[in-house]
Design a protein around this ligand. Structure first.
Ligand code: RIB
Ligand code: CA
Length: 313
């Protein structure tokens, strides 16, 4: 079976890290043509360094890392270091990676990598603020129709927000970029908090990953232990939601997810609800839909997939 060319646009980030490990562990499925990083959870210099650290741990320095946008399109930057640690990788021992980032900007890479391949062939997973993708769409508007499957972690409907009462972090961190993306692209599979809050790193699931005697699995377990500690201390929960890995799990096993066509709009004007995602299922015609909202997830299936794949890395 031919492999899917895949780009991951991310802001590692504890859960971005586990998403990258899952993608690194599926070379039989993905031709991982590049990782693009963006300012988000921590600043752009750190997210680029962190992606290089993670690919070194996974032994996948064949995958180029392109550093991207350093700030949102319009609003002031807002980071999430309370949830990801000052380094962006929790309390993992960070280091200067051996292999450098690729030359060139992530936005230029996104345009070149997609437009130089057959229409619809390159899949894109977005696990951070959508600044790079929005800038790429401004640079090359034909990108929207040339991209293959786009899967994004972001937004919330019934779950409310996780950075404000009404907004999820990735959208809140760059709502104008999200607005550009959802107005330009169609059929984006959107994993909002409604989906990712169903996928929790419970102790038994964490133990299964921690038992794998492989560097990436050990790193993933360490990151999830950190995430669970933050969940307890900041949220009052017990098991942290596995946000970003769900994008890669969807591309590997879409049968684990239930989707529903919707019209997704982003609030960009209200100080009170900035970054809110209005997810409308009542469509006058199918053409109105711009996204597929994930409403249900087989959480154990996702963890079984993650555990099985990490054991191979
Ligand atoms: O709201 C969860 C999202 O915000 C995840 O992508 C996490 O990495 C943070 O960026
Ligand atoms: Ca992220």
């Amino acid at each position: 079976m031919s492999r899917t060319p895949l780009i991951i646009d991310c802001d590692p980030g504890v859960d971005d890290a586990v998403a990258l490990f899952l993608a690194f562990a599926a070379p039989d499925v993905f031709d991982l043509i590049g990782i693009t990083t963006v300012a988000g959870n921590v600043n752009a210099e750190l997210t680029a360094r962190n992606a290089r650290i993670l690919r070194q741990i996974a032994g996948r320095e064949d995958v180029p890392v392109y550093a991207g946008c350093q700030r949102p399109l319009v609003r002031r930057p807002v980071e999430a270091d309370a949830f990801h640690g000052a380094s962006g990788l929790g309390d993992m021992a960070v280091f200067e990676p051996a292999a450098p980032a690729a030359a060139g900007h992530a936005v230029d890479f996104l345009v070149q990598a997609v437009m130089s391949r057959p229409a619809g062939s390159v899949a894109l997973a977005v696990t951070g603020p959508m600044t790079n993708l929005a800038a790429a769409l401004a640079l090359e508007p034909r990108l929207a129709s040339h991209l293959g499957q786009v899967v994004a972690m972001g937004g919330a409907r019934s779950e409310g927000g996780n950075i404000t009462a009404s907004a999820e972090y990735n959208i809140y961190a760059d709502p104008h970029a999200a607005q550009v993306v959802f107005e330009a692209c169609r059929d984006v599979v959107v994993l909002g908090l409604d989906a990712t809050h169903q996928v929790r790193a419970t102790d038994d699931r964490l133990a299964a990953i921690a038992a794998i005697p492989r560097p990436a699995a050990k790193a993933a377990a360490e990151l999830l232990v950190f995430a669970n500690r933050v969940e307890r201390e900041l949220v009052g929960g017990t098991a942290s939601p596995l946000h970003d890995p769900c994008t890669i799990a969807y591309l590997l096993a879409p049968q684990l997810f239930t989707t529903r066509p919707c019209r997704l709009s982003v609030e960009t004007a209200s100080p009170l609800t900035l970054g809110h995602t209005a997810v409308e299922f009542r469509l006058k015609s199918p053409d109105e839909a711009n996204a597929l909202w994930v409403s249900a997830v087989d959480a154990q299936g996702v963890f079984d997939l993650l555990t099985e794949r990490l054991a191979r890395l």
